[in-house]
Design a protein around this ligand. Structure first.
Ligand SMILES: [Zn+2]
Length: 317
């Protein structure tokens, strides 16, 4: 066989592979929404009860059928957690579902593994008989362990409990933008509400686009994505605008139950580079350098700079 005929056969095989998956290559972008740290501390714009009412109304208005709310049960014991159980019930009554986000929101890398597992068991015990409960565990800080031993101990612990890793595919720092806005409001600084909305929506949509590009380059298809958000005032204020922004960029919002049926849900990426979400982890396994997998707006200093530049209203000198 000549070199030319080998090359020809390889090309034919390559073309066959391409045509075998035409629909997956052109698949539309799909994403589910998830909100962490429920019931979250008060922000700068409303009470926690008002936030829940606004967020439920916004999700309904935006036509979001089912989002995931990840409960940190220790928050129920804090001052801002008063009424938290009723708020969690309200999310579920509106068609959304709940999962485990630990009791104490600890880092896995930096503590005792047995204590970490006992803490997630404590949250699971509270959640066990609650309506809308899914067998999902969302790692606080997306920290799945920075060494193979911790990572594998937790993978085994989740498996033993029948819990799935409620990974995200789109990491983003919505919490940091909310933190900047809360601080500015408490300091009495004037904010341009429209600029805040645009900055927030643009940041989240960009991080989704960024991770979808990486997914297509890595998997050769667009998986069902899961967007990481937090139960913040900014999400209550702007969820309708965010969904509009995602749709304008070609995204379809899907129920979180559907997102976790994607084949990537069954994978356990063989890396300890797990803190940027599942797409970034799979890209890392495929040989991508972590530095190329981090969006510039998952950086607190960069967000603070842009917030000052675009959102804070400066008084005239
Ligand atoms: Zn969290």
């Amino acid at each position: 066989m000549t070199i030319v005929s080998i090359a020809g056969r390889l090309l034919a095989a390559f073309l066959l592979v391409l045509t075998a998956f035409p629909s997956s290559a052109q698949e539309g972008k799909r994403i589910a929404l998830s909100f962490d740290d429920v019931p979250r501390e008060a922000g700068g714009f409303m009470t926690p009860d008002q936030r829940t009412i606004a967020l439920i109304a916004g999700l309904h208005e935006a036509g979001v059928e089912q989002a995931g709310f990840f409960v940190t049960t220790g928050n129920l014991e804090k001052d801002d957690g008063k009424g938290g159980e009723a708020r969690i019930r309200a999310y579920v009554a509106a068609g959304h579902v709940i999962g485990n986000h630990s009791h104490s929101h600890d880092w896995l890398w930096n503590g005792d593994v047995a204590a970490y597992i006992a803490d997630l068991d404590r949250a699971e015990a509270w959640l066990a008989d609650k309506p809308g409960k899914r067998p999902w565990y969302r790692f606080p800080y997306l920290d799945e362990g920075r060494d193979p031993a911790r990572r594998d101990a937790l993978r085994a612990a989740l498996r033993e409990r029948g819990l799935a890793n409620a990974y995200v595919t789109v990491d983003n720092y919505d919490w940091a933008i909310d933190g900047l806005a809360t601080k500015a409001v408490r300091e009495g600084r004037a904010l341009d509400r429209g600029a805040l909305r645009d900055f927030y929506v643009e940041t989240v949509v960009d991080t989704a686009e960024f991770n979808d590009r990486i997914a297509r380059e890595t998997l050769g298809r667009s998986p069902a994505h899961v967007l990481l958000l937090h139960e913040t005032d900014l999400n209550a204020l702007f969820i309708v605008d965010l969904v509009k922004g995602l749709r304008a960029a070609g995204w379809t919002i899907i129920p979180i139950d559907a997102a976790y049926r994607d084949p990537i849900a069954a994978l356990e990426p063989d890396t300890v580079y797990l803190g940027g979400g599942r797409v970034a982890a799979l890209a890392n396994v495929a040989g991508r350098n972590p530095a190329s997998l981090v969006h510039e707006r998952t950086d607190e200093a960069e967000l603070a700079r842009l917030f000052e530049e675009r959102v804070v209203v400066r008084s005239r000198p």
